[in-house]
Design a protein around this ligand. Sequence first.
Ligand code: ZN
Length: 586
Amino acid sequence: MQLDSSRKTLEGTQTLTWENPGTKPVDQLYFHLYPNAFMSKNTTFMLESGGKLRNDKMKEGSFGSMTVSKILTLDGKDLTPSLQYVRPDDGNQNDYTLARIRLPQAVMPHEKVTLRMNFTDKLPVVFARMGYLNDFIMAGQWFPKIAVYEPKGTRGLTEDAWNLHQYHGDSEFYADFGTFDVNIKVPTDYIVAATGFPYKPPSASNGFKTYHYYAEDVHDFAWAASPHFQYVEEPFSAPNIPGVKIKLYLQPGQSMLKDRYMLAAKKALRDYSDWFGPYPYSTLSIVIPPAVGNGAGGMEYPTLVTGWSADQTTEGHGLERVIVHEIGHQFWYAMVASNEFEEAWLDEGFTSFAEDMVMQQEYDIRPNIPIQASYITSPEALNRYAWQYGSHGKYAENVYMRAKLVLLGIEKQIGGQDMIRVLKAYFTQWKFKHPNTLDFEQTLERVTKKSWKPYFDQFVYNASMEDFAVSSIHVQRVNQKGTTEYKSEVVIVKNGGSYGNVPIYFHFADGTNKQSVWNPTNNRVKYEFVYSSPIDWTVIDPDYSQVLENKHINNFMRTSIDVPTELRWNIGASKVIEMITRWLAW
Ligand SMILES: [Zn+2]
């Protein structure tokens, strides 16, 4: 691969050896040509995203593309004419992100085929994870990437099949594990960061330098380059990390932030390895893009993450949070390699959940769960394809936030210790494989020895949230044996899904409190009290134990006047910041 730093192109040759993992002969191969998402305004990616993602906008007229100019077999047969674009998701004839080639001869099960391909990438200005910004280069999804051929049994498949999707506005990726040996040729003054590790020093010739990188057991390979990187590396080990070199590529003027990035990386690596399982790779590279290139920031690739460009004046822990999040993806994406097209919650929800665990343990930052739950206004099932949520907001609200709450709801029922046991068991069983939602559900059931079907049916496979409400309070004066007493009737209703018991508190005018626990198998329950004082108010779940409840406003009622505003939402400035930083990371 050679970078032309003035034309902003990559000239590449790829030798791919593919082994048929299935049980049937395969006579065609499929490739993702992701950069073609940026080819025109009419690609599926552009139509769906409108050229906008997170807080980032595609620069007007800055298109990107990938051209595959040659495909040869080892014995020199030219397969280039057989290349055909396919659009299985939407039939959009202007989309060129998925292509098929026909092989002259089928590959038998467990046999291999090797192809040589020539390709050219034209980089867009950094947008949606890739491109250039002045002389900074972020090369994600830069090579013709073979699609995943899933043998029967994978993710519930009853037949061997290719998993085929175009590049969508709201979707990340899916790829198979392999070994990469990559030569990256750049002008001599460039520094290159990449997946894996350099297996020999860069070689120089004619004003160019070639970096040699190697990576095993990874399903993607990304690199970044800049003549301005400020490079620092530190070795790190911990009980579950035999030894990793943390390689940090900062922007000029960020050296005072070095320790914050490094510390966040070490804390995250150590905690995740303790909780889920060892980080087995020998390197972890962290690339900080230029501040205006944050479209390339907050992204995960195997053994390489991009952070969020900050400076000393940046408040809060957004810098750390993004690093902690992306390193979480080394476990939930890079190793446990779920299908991001089809079940994005398995990487984003799990990573968001894990990120909160680290932020809490290491930085004492607790998420405001009731506020976050109230943010869920368009709940959807979690196993939808990423682009089916209809907008970036709805996609993010569900696969990051709601998915995290669903995991938290499990933790509320089994406790923190057992939650870690579940995640560790799931990680151990599924690392370097492709699990689906059912695989996680089965691990959960195996570890906790109980059925989770009602919970998954409501909150994972369907769009339920919880909503409990005080429906009415009636107080009536009654005379009992000459003394005045009051009959208070309180009706509580369930408008959504539910799990476990719901605590309810009753406050009487004389200051007495009574509490009850409701197991909401029905949609309605009536409480009746005859007591010397009338009921003053009732509140459902004041400690927010029901983490999937998103409408708290109706959880409180006062006898005389219904004052729902009594439950005031105090969204402090820090919480607003917390919610905004959430949109800085993929
Ligand atoms: Zn993410």
